[in-house]
Design a protein around this ligand. Sequence first.
Ligand SMILES: Cc1cc2nc3c(=O)[nH]c(=O)nc-3n(C[C@H](O)[C@H](O)[C@H](O)COP(=O)(O)OP(=O)(O)OC[C@H]3O[C@@H](n4cnc5c(N)ncnc54)[C@H](O)[C@@H]3O)c2cc1C
Length: 374
Amino acid sequence: MRHRIAVIGGGPAGLTFARVLHRHDHSVTVLERDPAPDARPPGGTLDLHEGLGQLALSKAGLLAEFQALSRPEGQAMRILDADGTVLRDWQPRPGDRANPEIDRGQLRDLLLGPLDVRWGRGVTEVVPGTQDGVLVHFADGRQETFDLVVGADGAWSRVRPAVSSATPHYTGVTMVETSLDDVDTRHPDLARLIGDGSMAVYGVNRALVAQRNSGGHVKVGAQFRAPLDWHTDLDLGDVEAVRSSLLALFDGWAAPVLDLLRHGTAFAHRPLYVLPVSHTWAHVPGVTLLGDAAHLMPPLGVGANLAMLEGAELAESVAAAAPGPDLDEAVRAFEEQMWARAGRWAKITAAGLERLVSPDPTEALAVFDEVQPS
Ligand SMILES: Cc1cc2nc3c(=O)[nH]c(=O)nc-3n(C[C@H](O)[C@H](O)[C@H](O)COP(=O)(O)OP(=O)(O)OC[C@H]3O[C@@H](n4cnc5c(N)ncnc54)[C@H](O)[C@@H]3O)c2cc1C
């Protein structure tokens, strides 16, 4: 008899888990709160690392399709100071496929493939240890039981309370995101400034990062240290008021850099939250977590990569396990492996955020020099 498995959340973690199980001819129920795949903008571009996200895609049998879709040229990285002086201008070598970029929407569609996702199924609570297994409560009042429930429902997971009392806390760094469309046609000077990949400008306790997506779309993140309630006198829905507030905050920065904010179309406030570094829990039979639900960390290019590799690894372990105690042992062993790797990355990214948005902008440059191959 096969296990009854549900994964809550159709992000990178949940879809990779489901896709690898599907490859092993194992059925899985994917429960996603969004009413449809394109119910909200999918977000910016992701770089998938050879030993993490790309390894996960190879376990899903999707590496060749990823290589056809992804943008190796998007690995380019330029660093400027607040005066607009280019400090570093790193270009990938021909054939370098260590960390190519892919739009999140393209990655989602690639992973979705033949999967049968139940859209519009928001989970409110998960109760382990009932007579018939793990009970899942839905926002519409329905309930269903499974042998294994995998929480891949992101930062504000509704599955997490079934195994852990940890909740995300604010890092002290917030981000306001905006974007530009058709940058090559509408803003050719900015297109040249950004280049083929990403551009980051570091100042005192603030940074501006612009990242090229496909089709001339650019995402811009203004990051700064501020109390969580920094915007109490500001209407975040008023585009021009937010723009003025950001231009005041980045006052004195080079005009071409500030054009990224002047031409941004809309603004979204995204304070950066994290779970405690090395978040673990006492194993609970029938429930586990993946990705941001397990180890939310600063957005420094690794969260989706870890989420996907964990999804793939858990799926392989589950597919190989017999029902009953064997399944539980497989999940327990997976958790140990996930905690060790995620704990290392949580420390690296926490230290990285401290140095990238810091009183001393030369620290940000030092981080770049440490991680970027010359
Ligand atoms: C600005 C920014 C840039 C980033 N850049 C990168 C990068 O370049 N590389 C990288 O590796 N990582 C990056 N990250 C991190 C990355 O986005 C996350 O780590 C990754 O999305 C985590 O995947 P996930 O599947 O665990 O969670 P999510 O992507 O959050 O997916 C969770 C899914 O669960 C659904 N859901 C939520 N609650 C419920 C519920 N109650 N019931 C049912 N469904 C639910 C959601 O709708 C969503 O579809 C970045 C993050 C940010 C904020």
